[in-house]
Every structure is written in C-alpha cells, then in structure tokens.
Ligand binder design. Sequence first.
Ligand SMILES: Nc1ncnc2c1ncn2[C@@H]1O[C@H](COP(=O)(O)OP(=O)(O)OP(=O)(O)O)[C@@H](O)[C@H]1O
Ligand SMILES: [Mg+2]
Length: 366
Amino acid sequence: MYIKEIELQDFRNYQSLSAEFDPRVNIFHGKNAQGKTNLLESIYITSMGKSFRTSKDKDLIRFGADFFRVKVKAYKEDDNFIELAVNKQGKKGIKINGIKAKKISQLFENIYIVIFSPEDLRIVKDEPEKRRKFIDRELCQIRPSYYNSLNQYKKVLIQRNAYLKEPHVDPDVLDIWDSQLAEYGSKVILQRDVFIKKLEAISRSIHQGITDHKESLDVSYEPSIEPCSDLNSVFYEELRKHRKRDIKNRTTGKGPHKDDLKLQIGGIDIRGFGSQGQQRTAALSLKLSEIQLIREETGESPILLLDDVLSELDQQRQNDLISSLEDTQIFITATEISPELQRVLKHIRYFQIKNGAITKTSFAGV
Ligand SMILES: Nc1ncnc2c1ncn2[C@@H]1O[C@H](COP(=O)(O)OP(=O)(O)OP(=O)(O)O)[C@@H](O)[C@H]1O
Ligand SMILES: [Mg+2]
C-alpha cells in the first residue's frame, strides 16, 4: 500500500499543491514553520478522516479561504482515489473512487497509517488517555466495527454524565443510560482485550530485538472492568453498584474511558519508574508493533509518518526503525538528515518545503 500522488487546495498554509511520491522513502525538509507537518497532516486526514493535531476540522482551512480539499491517489491492489473536503460551516464531504462515502469509517481500509511524532515518544510516561488513544487509533483502523462501538459508547457516556449533573437524578432514567453504556462498553472492552493480547506477543519480541535481548517488555491490559464471558451484565451491575458514588461525583467512574495499558520491564512499571531511555525504547517498540500488527491483521503494510522524530532518536534507534521497514512507504519531516541515515535510506525522494510550496530536490542539503 502506498500513496502515489497528492493534491491540496487551501489546506493550512498551502494554497495549492500537487506532488508525486516515491513508494519507499519521502523526506520533507526545510526550515521551521514552512508546512512540513501540515503536509503530513493532509496525508493523515485521508486515512483517518481527521487530523492528529486538532479536532477542529475548520482550522485546517487556509486562513481567508472558504473550504479545503485534499485528494490522493493511493495504490492498494489497484489505484484508488480518495477525496476529502471541509467547508467553513464544518461540513465534511468524502468521496472514494468518485462515490460519496456515508461514514468516516469507510476511509480506514483504503489507507492504513501509523504516525510517530515526538509526542508518541512520551506515550509511556504520559497520562492514561494517551495510551487509550493509541489503542483506539489502531483498533479503529483494523476493526471498523470497533469505531462504531467506541463512538456509541462515547455518545452515551456524554449523555449519562450530563444527566448526572442535573439537580435531581431519577434512577429509572439513569437506568436507560446504564444499559446502553454496558452494551457498547462491553464491546469496547472485549475488543481491546483481544487486541492487547496480540500486541503483547508482538511487542515482546520486537523489544527483545531492539535491546539485544537485554530487556523484556510486558504489555498488558489494565481494564476498569475485567473482561469476562457475560461482560454486558457484569458491566451493568458495576454501574448499579457505583450508582450512589456516580450521583455524588456527578460523573461516571467506571468503564473503558478509565482503562489503561500497563507497561513493565523486568516486573517494574515503567510508566512511573522507567528511565527516560527505557520509556523511549518502549515507545519505539510499541510503534513498531503497531506496524507489525496492522500487517498481520490486514496483509498490508501501513504508511508511516515520522514527524520530527528521527532527530529525537539516537543513530542506533534510527537505524532500528528504518531498517525494519523495508516494504513500507515512509514520509519523514526533518530540518536535517544525518549523512549516515542517508546511506541507510535507499530510494529517497527529497522535497524542500518553503512557505507552503514544494520543490523536488536531489538531496537534503539544499
Ligand atoms: N489554517 C491555516 N492557514 C494558513 N496557514 C496556517 C494555517 N494553519 C497553520 N498555518 C501555518 O502553517 C505554519 C506551520 O506549518 P507546519 O506546522 O507544517 O510547520 P513545519 O514546517 O512542520 O515546522 P517545524 O519544523 O517547526 O515543525 C505556520 O506558519 C502557521 O502559521
Ligand atoms: Mg513540524
């Protein structure tokens, strides 16, 4: 799977852009604030239907313009044309091979994508929400049904929490939200459980490889409610049990919105007690595992976006990352690329990004 061409209209600081990409490595280089990350963002949105930097689609419209449009030609078995546009009113339109898509989740199977940014390097030590996002992003891509369950769960949770904030809470009304929350929430938990078990096996072997068998990484699910065969009713009972507390706290205390991913090395919880190096290496292992998992689940190699992350990794970790991705299309943004990495990276296409314009260059030092 790879992206052949892109066209942008009034996206961020690009008035118009069209570019053809290499099936292997593409490097966007240039000074700060020129539009390198913006270009990655435009690629990302054609895969996930939203940005990785903002939830406000309208922010992506070029200042002063009325709408933006991104079009890509992506290869998967055949050429596919994906088009996404958002207008000032925030209305989003998606077309796949010229046909209007009704749901965002229809995008997911056309382009699988993995993004790695400096923020992801902090995933181990950051708050649980970041790790839940990691799980959700990945699961949505490989299981569109998960995306639906998660969205339904989030909607019901918002409604239940809003109701809990009302001056008088009627248990019968709350009960309606409880049964729905249990229904969608149990689906979310069960899918996360299966996914994390697969991630556990893959990340253990990848981490051993990266650390030369010196460290063993244990990834496990830390669910708010333990998965079991009759989870729907167990979940519902948990909500009933904690009802008084929820009414007092005016918010829902139990459910997958409280889940976490536990990360241990040699029995030590590295979220709180790992060294910075251990935390960064584990983050790299998780990213590489994400790529591997998508490959195993879909038979396709996802596209990798590396936003400013190479300069954050030492040479060895840079080589580990790049050399394990022989058949993957990679987009890299950087202000500089080390000569050693240029030797490791074969078939590179360089693009200079300057003030919302792109120029193909023959090497990175221009
Ligand atoms: N909606 C928008 N319309 C026009 N310009 C925008 C819009 N949103 C962001 N920009 C501009 O885009 C530029 C930032 O682009 P981007 O984040 O891609 O920079 P970059 O090349 O990745 O820089 P760095 O190397 O610092 O990460 C800023 O100058 C910002 O003002
Ligand atoms: Mg940037």
